[in-house]
Design a protein around this ligand. Structure first.
Ligand SMILES: O=C(O)CCC(=O)C(=O)O
Length: 268
């Protein structure tokens, strides 16, 4: 196995076996304060953003109200890396990029970035799915990093994933959708990822997973950045911001603005 930059060999083995890896407290309290400030700005200052960024809003759920942190009920944003330098640094973050290189290989490119929120009363109609049919490539060598900005327990939109499901290739979906039938889900392998502020979930493109519903009055907010190996070729026609941006070559970080930061502080 090539030398790991950030993860321990146990963490890497767990990802290879399960298809996902939960890293609690990946970002510290100070980093999260700053991230939440920037995030609040992103969901409240929704005008005068680059045209290529797109926002979607959820109508207020009467019994649940609005979370003042996200008063417009922004449920999704595509291409947040275009918002400003903070958001560029956020997806080129040296520890995350190093983690991706540990998981996927020495040569990493960016794939895309989005915000996925679960406002109060959010109901997820998407169901169980793999990301793969939404973003096909020559090889399934992609993974997402989900960063949680709120405690996200079962009743509050926790992500759920099926252990080892990435090892079974592409799963059968229901007609004309990318949804996998509930009856095909092996209950014994189902994991509810109860995340906290600053946690990161790494998830392989073939893992069967779903976003939960939010039955609380607090919104749950997350950033989802995806990465790929250079060697896997896009056949989806990825037009997202910074798609294909080279981030590591032979495990070395490439972006000059993050070059001086350390990428070796293990959190294990
Ligand atoms: O938001 C989540 O909990 C999971 C996200 C998800 O299912 C996806 O983006 O494919």
């Amino acid at each position: 196995m090539p030398a790991l930059t950030y993860l321990t060999s146990k963490q890497k083995e767990a990802f290879d076996r399960d298809g996902f890896l939960h890293l609690p407290h990946f970002y510290d309290v100070k980093e999260m304060e700053h991230m939440r400030e920037q995030f609040h700005d992103l969901v409240t200052e929704t005008e005068m953003r680059p045209k290529n960024m797109s926002y979607s809003f959820m109508p207020q759920e009467q019994d649940f109200g609005l979370d003042p942190f996200n008063p417009q009920n922004v449920v999704g944003i595509m291409d947040q890396p275009l918002a400003n330098d903070y958001w560029f640094d956020q997806f080129t973050e040296p520890r995350i990029v190093s983690v991706m290189s540990d998981l996927l290989g020495p040569n990493i490119d960016f794939h895309n970035g989005k915000i996925r929120n679960k406002p109060p009363g959010f109901f997820c109609s998407q169901g169980w799915h793999q990301d793969w049919p939404y973003e096909r490539h020559s090889h399934p060598d992609l993974a997402a990093a989900i960063t949680y900005l709120d405690p996200t327990e079962f009743e509050a939109g926790a992500t759920e994933a099926i252990r080892g499901s990435h090892l079974l290739g592409e799963w059968k979906t229901q007609e004309e959708s990318h949804t996998i039938a509930d009856s095909d889900i092996p209950e014994k392998d189902r994991v509810v990822v109860e995340a906290n502020i600053g946690d990161v979930l790494l998830i392989h493109v073939l893992v069967v997973h779903r976003a939960g519903h939010n039955f609380t009055r607090r919104g749950r907010h997350a950033i989802i950045n995806e990465y790929k190996t250079t060697e896997t070729i896009d056949s989806w026609n990825n037009r997202c911001a910074f798609a294909g941006l080279p981030l590591t070559r032979n495990k070395n970080l490439l972006i000059p603005r993050i070059y001086s930061k350390k990428n070796t502080d293990r959190k294990a």
